[in-house]
Design a protein around this ligand. Structure first.
Ligand SMILES: Cc1cc2nc3c(=O)[nH]c(=O)nc-3n(C[C@H](O)[C@H](O)[C@H](O)COP(=O)(O)OP(=O)(O)OC[C@H]3O[C@@H](n4cnc5c(N)ncnc54)[C@H](O)[C@@H]3O)c2cc1C
Length: 442
């Protein structure tokens, strides 16, 4: 049995960031044969696809300089252009700040209902996500976009979701800005993901896409054991057991364990977790993302932006991502890649791949996404699960209780799925760095 000061479960961005700081004081154990977790990019015959839409944005996280320095000239600033399609028109994202493009009737009704919501006294405290949306945006805008879009993303009653905790990226409307954005391009509002970054390595780079970030970070980590699937954790003995190509291996941690693997998996593999905490795992639900990767031959469409949201529930996908606008070398010069995002509860039975492709192609036609002079030459699919953590009032309480219990046994939970949260790449990297710094001090 090998011993080390700290063990880190998972080599996604959260685990890699912690390992980068701790260097030889930590060993990272990863199930897959390459690092990155969700932040990987696949190449299908010259067409590169990120597993999901990935734009790096730092908001106010202090790690920006460290990450940009690491990536050097490979990273490129992106001013993202995103669009929203509703039954009433096409507008810039976020729709509430950019109503120009919607019908006059929709603009007037949105502003009237928003004013009612803002002026409402006494102020009401929302009990659930559906109420939070209505109290923030007014009824008309909810019916136009927020309800149908979120019903499509969650495919669960919006009344069952928590009123807060996972909506940091929903911009709350300010009446003046809404009015400004209804007549002209909104110049004063800055969305959370403006000033993004995306890798654009040289043409002969063996990897492209956002995986460049994961690979660059991974190369700086002292010990990452790939193809090490953690199958058991003993809190009492401070040991983990891994399945590896050479059989089972046992590792001991002297000081701390950091888990960035999905919390339901951790619960399952913890051999000495009391039943009451095991039961809490049943409250943790998630949605999966089916990423359909379409390789297209023909001229690259202009004016589509980086991605587009589709509010109508009759369209199966939530977003279309135009990858060539992130990096022109993500596809051959005479083609382009379209990433199609579909979300559904992870517990639903999967449809066949053929049924999904058929529906996607039909709906791409419906929204006029493939111009007449373009041809689909390949289609592939990847299922990411968990992708979106489902927040309910009960799950919030359960996650906190689990975090506290594990912490009392020198186990920290981190990362988007490790601590069952809705976080960005910058946030999980920042958390990884912070956790490692707290270990350095102890
Ligand atoms: C649809 C979608 C779109 C997104 N868009 C953006 C965006 O535009 N910008 C942004 O900043 N963020 C975005 N994100 C969020 C971002 O992808 C995540 O915050 C980040 O990748 C999470 O990293 P992580 O290390 O916490 O988790 P993960 O990447 O999931 O890493 C966990 C690791 O644990 C490993 N593992 C699991 N089980 C075991 C086991 N038993 N043994 C060993 N290893 C195991 C996994 O293989 C994986 O490598 C998006 C996420 C989704 C789902």
């Amino acid at each position: 049995m090998e011993s080390t000061e700290s063990i880190i479960l998972g080599a996604g961005l959260a685990g890699l960031s912690a390992g980068y700081h701790l260097q030889s004081r930590a060993r990272v154990l990863e199930r897959e044969n390459r690092v990155g977790g969700l932040v990987k990019t696949i190449n299908f015959n010259g067409y590169w696809f990120d597993h999901v839409l990935h734009l790096l944005h730092f908001q106010s996280f202090p790690i920006q300089d460290t990450i940009l320095d690491l990536l050097g000239t490979d990273i490129h600033p992106i001013d993202p252009e995103a669009w929203v399609e509703t039954r009433e028109g096409t507008s810039r994202y976020p729709l509430q700040m950019n109503l120009k493009g919607q019908s006059l009737e929709a603009i007037e009704a949105t502003i009237a209902d928003l004013k009612l919501a803002i002026d409402r006294t006494p102020k009401l405290e929302p009990n659930n996500f559906e109420e939070m949306l209505e109290f923030s945006f007014g009824r008309y805008f909810c019916d136009l976009f927020m309800y149908p879009y979120n019903r499509k993303v969650w495919k669960r009653p919006l009344k069952d979701l928590a009123p807060s905790g996972f909506q940091w990226n929903i911009d709350h409307p300010d009446l003046e800005q809404v009015i400004e954005g209804s007549v002209a391009e909104n110049t004063t509002f800055i969305p959370y993901n403006s000033n993004g970054w995306y890798p654009r390595p040289p043409a002969d780079s063996p990897i492209r896409g956002m995986e460049v970030l994961a690979k660059t970070l991974g190369d700086k980590v002292d010990t990452v054991d790939l193809e090490h699937e953690v199958i058991s954790l003993s809190l009492k003995d401070q040991t983990v057991v891994c399945n590896t190509p050479d059989g089972e291996q046992i590792y001991h941690y002297d000081q701390s364990l950091l888990s960035t693997i999905p919390l339901p998996t951790l619960i399952q593999i913890t051999s000495d977790l009391p039943q009451q905490y095991r039961d809490m795992g049943k409250l943790l639900k998630a949605n999966r993302v089916i990423s359909v990767m379409i390789s297209i031959k023909g001229p690259r469409p202009q004016g589509k932006g980086h991605w587009r949201y589709y509010g109508e529930e009759s369209i199966v996908f939530t977003r279309l991502v135009y990858l060539h606008n992130f990096d022109p070398l993500l596809s051959p010069p005479d083609g382009w890649g379209l990433l199609v995002e579909i979300t559904e509860p992870s517990e639903w039975p999967m449809q066949t791949e053929e049924a999904i492709y058929e529906r996607v192609v039909a709906d791409l036609e419906q929204v006029d996404a493939i111009p007449e002079d373009c041809t689909i030459v390949d289609q592939n699919m990847l299922v990411v699960s968990p992708a979106y953590v489902v927040f309910t009032n009960d799950s919030k309480v359960a996650v906190q209780a689990l975090k506290d219990y594990y912490a009392s046994h020198n186990v920290s939970l981190l990362g988007r799925y490790g601590q069952w949260e809705y976080s960005s790449m910058a946030q999980v990297m920042n958390d990884g760095f912070q956790w490692a710094m707290s270990q350095e001090k102890s």
